[in-house]
Design a protein around this ligand. Structure first.
Ligand code: SF4
Length: 269
């Protein structure tokens, strides 16, 4: 069964010590059983595991993340020694009957850069070089004959929350980082008009189109969700954020909380 990836994933390399927002801090890493058995044979690793998870340092960093942001476990034992979650992050997989659609999550700053700065629509390529056509629900957002706001209007079935309500809905979800609440609070305190949103969409068309396409691909055509998320990013850009920065934070807050992503997909279903 073939696994297809957006073409930009071929260029993905973890930035390791060059990463500003490392994924090796702030997350509880659950260790798979095979890796746990392997780790338990190494006393210097086993002593940093509790209840099947790495015991994070007081500052939230993984106990194996050195001060120079390199992974002690990779240095000592090689990349293949890592547990599944560390080996796979930030990759995701959607299984279909006859193929798998994979990708890299925007929670990673390098994935964000690759996915959002692409000039042309991404294509889907498998490891053996075969190609798959983009699903129609992804193609819809790359149609160059329409403005991005027209396309968001179409994929959302004409439904669009106003900026304050939208920010309040996301603000009501589980919060990972209080800075997210502060950002949403700026929209709630001073809402953005539909005209301002449309201008921000036009001014940041490439990155926001790629962002909507990523969500449509990952969430199998969840048009209303992709549309509201793109508008939310436009609102945050108006409040002074950079598109890539806020896409990464959105991914972290909404996509990488099981509770939040379920709620968002249901609310904007
Ligand atoms: S966020 Fe991405 S680039 Fe940074 S350490 Fe994690 S996988 Fe590597």
């Amino acid at each position: 069964m073939n696994t297809y990836w957006p073409d930009y994933c071929q260029n993905f390399r973890c930035k390791a010590d060059k990463c500003v927002h490392t994924c090796c801090a702030g997350w509880v890493v659950g260790i798979d059983e095979d890796s746990l058995a392997r780790f338990n044979k190494e006393p210097d690793i086993a002593c940093k595991i509790e209840d099947g998870c790495f015991v994070l340092r007081d500052d939230g960093r993984c106990p194996f993340l050195r001060d120079d942001n390199l992974c002690e476990m990779i240095i000592k034992h090689g990349e293949n020694f890592l547990c599944d979650i560390c080996k796979e992050h930030p990759r995701f997989y959607n299984e279909f009957e006859d193929h798998t659609e994979a990708g890299i999550g925007l929670v990673c700053e390098e994935a964000c850069r690759l996915a959002l700065t692409k000039d042309e629509p991404f294509t889907l390529v498998s490891e053996d070089g075969s190609k798959m056509e983009l699903p129609d629900y992804v193609k819809a957002v790359f149609d160059t004959s329409k403005t991005l706001s027209e396309k968001l209007n179409e994929i959302s079935g004409g439904r669009r929350a106003d900026s304050k309500l939208r920010a309040e809905i996301f603000d009501g979800m589980e919060v990972m980082d209080p800075k997210w609440t502060t950002l949403l609070g700026k929209i709630i305190a001073e809402p953005v008009s539909a005209e301002e949103e449309n201008k921000a969409l036009a001014d940041n068309e490439k990155e926001l189109t790629n962002f909507a396409a990523y969500l449509l691909y990952r969430y199998k055509g969840a048009g209303r969700f992709a549309s509201e998320a793109a508008y939310l990013l436009a609102d945050l850009v108006i409040k002074g954020c950079g598109v890539q920065d806020v896409a990464r934070v959105f991914s972290c807050e909404v996509e990488y909380s099981d509770i939040n992503i379920d709620e968002a997909l249901e609310t904007f279903g």
